[in-house]
Design a protein around this ligand. Structure first.
Ligand code: FAD
Ligand code: SF4
Length: 510
């Protein structure tokens, strides 16, 4: 009985129990496909990253003695479709059993379920053995509850996995050090050089060009700098512990014109492809903290752990709890288009110019750039969430749908009406000024609202609150802002709204 086992591009878990032993009766298959390169326009570094990590994984499996069929994007035998490739291999290799790892994306899950219902051989799906939680765990945890509060889920994860706990109490006396994670970085603490790998991707770049895959963004060096194997991911993690963890929490929400990464780990790509697991990461960070607790404060570690066992697992659970409906939610009924400058960075708004440049140059932006610069702007300009999703899904190296969609449509665009975020993440220029140095060199003045050189975020902010009154007025966390809006002089509000409407209608001029 010969078994065919499928490995998708984001299932590169070399520690999976499938690979413990070799078996002559098992054939693995991996495909680079147009089906995956073309469903949205991806950043060139994202395509390079996926293909190079997949090719490396293929090499690692074969050198461990496994039998693997690998179709490169330009192979003649490659039909470019998952189902056609699988069907052909099943026929040509007399396969009598098909197995796959549960996909993390709804689209692929449906495709494979439907494929299995049509084939005449036996089939089964097994866990990727990557996450802490199963797909359904979050739904079960929140059953019967009105709100899906991340904080409750996170505390439960801490207790269940005994992370930063002293018996049943949080270590240090607090569950959450969010309030000490809000420093502005002013250059007072030196940021070490980034750990950049030098993976040779010349062949992949040629393959992308020759097959005419349409991409966005830049790739100007000859080497790919993100980790593409478990070994490299572990090196990146070690680097993070030794150089960045010490200030991770302090500057988690900071932004700066000269610093693309600050103290962020750049581990999301490796984690989302499953080169490394969240358990590996938390265990290593905790061990490092235990040895260096005299120099590293608990707030740095808790801030990091919260992202990995809290937000990341929570987002995955929310995705499976609410798909497929989630993908078309637009509770605020936003219908505008994204401006052209999201693809060029060509805007006079300094904060957007930097956040977009980081995205286009590095296929990366850190969380606060995604949430409080590009996301904030898209929401204030009342952009259709379908367009916002397509941009985020395309531009970031770590963008896979289960985590991109929930972060973008949910946390950032409030299009789910508040399932994920308890209030919309919107702000005027003053928040951006508080957390960054963007405003000091901007064409616009952060303190003005309606003048020619007024910061666009200011009028957009009040206009947004006014326009979305019917959806947000009763949100208890918005009460203070609505009482300020209610007190605003009518003439002043009209001026602000006129200004905001002008910006929305002429976004590429700002
Ligand atoms: P660090 O700041 O070093 O954080 C450590 C790890 O925590 C990350 O690697 C990531 O795995 C996890 N993490 C942190 N925040 C989140 C979060 N909100 N949700 C899930 N995991 C989190 N993350 C993605 O992995 N893929 C996406 O497509 C993605 N899209 C986003 C879109 C928007 C609008 C926003 C606001 C956030 C998005 N995020 C996404 C979450 C977060 O911005 C990235 O995980 C993070 O910037 C990756 O960089 P890092 O590895 O240096 O993270
Ligand atoms: Fe952005 Fe306004 Fe600050 Fe300029 S002044 S950087 S547009 S927030």
């Amino acid at each position: 009985m010969k078994t065919l086992r499928l490995i998708l591009g984001d299932q590169l878990n070399i520690k999976h129990s499938w690979f413990k032993d070799t078996d002559d009766e098992v054939l693995y298959c991996m495909f680079e496909m147009r089906q995956e390169t073309d469903y949205v326009k991806h950043h060139i570094q994202k395509v390079i990253g996926f293909f190079s990590a997949m090719r490396q994984f293929h090499l690692d499996l074969t050198s461990n003695g496994h039998d693997v069929i690998y179709f490169k994007i330009n192979d003649d035998k490659n039909t470019q479709s998952l189902i056609d490739n699988l069907s052909k291999l099943i026929d040509s290799h007399q396969i009598s059993n098909f197995e796959y790892l549960f996909p993390d994306e709804y689209r692929l899950d449906e495709q494979l379920k439907s494929f299995c219902s049509t084939i005449k051989i036996s089939s089964k799906a097994v866990s990727t053995e990557h996450f802490y939680t199963n797909r359904e765990d979050l739904k079960t945890f929140f059953k019967g509850k009105k709100q899906y509060l991340m904080e409750n889920f996170y505390r439960d994860m801490r207790k269940k996995h005994d992370i930063l706990m002293v018996s049943d109490q949080p270590e240090g006396g607090k569950w959450n050090y969010d309030k000490s994670n809000r420093n502005k970085w002013k250059g007072e603490v030196e940021i070490p050089n980034y750990k950049l790998f030098k993976n040779d991707v010349t062949e992949i770049v040629e393959n992308i060009k020759n097959t005419d895959i349409k991409t966005i963004g830049k790739f100007e060096t000859k080497t790919f700098s993100y980790p593409i194997s478990r070994i490299q991911a572990l090196e990146q993690l070690k680097y993070f512990c030794e150089h960045l963890l010490i200030h991770f929490g302090d500057y988690q929400d900071a932004m700066h014109t000269d610093e693309d990464y600050l103290f962020h780990s750049r581990l999301s790509f490796a984690m989302n492809l499953k080169l490394i697991s969240p358990k590996d990461i938390v265990k290593t960070v905790m061990n490092y903290y235990r040895k260096h607790g005299d120099t590293i404060a608990i707030s740095q570690v808790e801030g990091f752990v919260r992202q990995v066992i809290g937000w990341r697992e929570y987002m995955r659970g929310m995705y499976w709890a609410f798909m497929p409906e989630y993908k078309s939610l637009n509770e605020l009924n936003n219908q505008n288009n994204l401006p052209e400058f999201f693809w060029t960075g060509n805007t006079k708004m300094n904060c957007l110019k930097h956040a977009i440049a980081n995205s286009l140059n590095n296929s990366y932006a850190h969380h606060i750039q995604r949430l409080m610069i590009t996301g904030n702007y898209a929401l204030l300009t009342q952009t259709n969430p379908d367009e916002v999703d397509a941009w985020y899904l395309g531009v970031y190296i770590d963008a896979v749908e289960w985590v991109q969609l929930t972060n973008t449509r949910g946390m950032s665009q409030f299009a789910d009406g508040g399932k994920i975020a308890t209030k919309p993440y919107v702000s005027s220029g003053s928040y951006i000024n508080k957390m960054s140095n963007y405003c000091s060199n901007c064409h616009y003045n952060k303190s003005k609202k309606t003048e020619d050189d007024a910061c666009p975020f200011n009028s957009l902010y009040w206009n947004f609150l006014d326009e979305k009154r019917e959806y947000l007025r009763n949100n208890f966390r918005m009460g203070m802002m609505y009482s300020l809006l209610d007190k605003m002089d009518n003439n002043q509000l009209k001026k602000i709204k006129d200004k905001a409407q002008h910006i929305i209608a002429h976004q590429d001029e700002y």
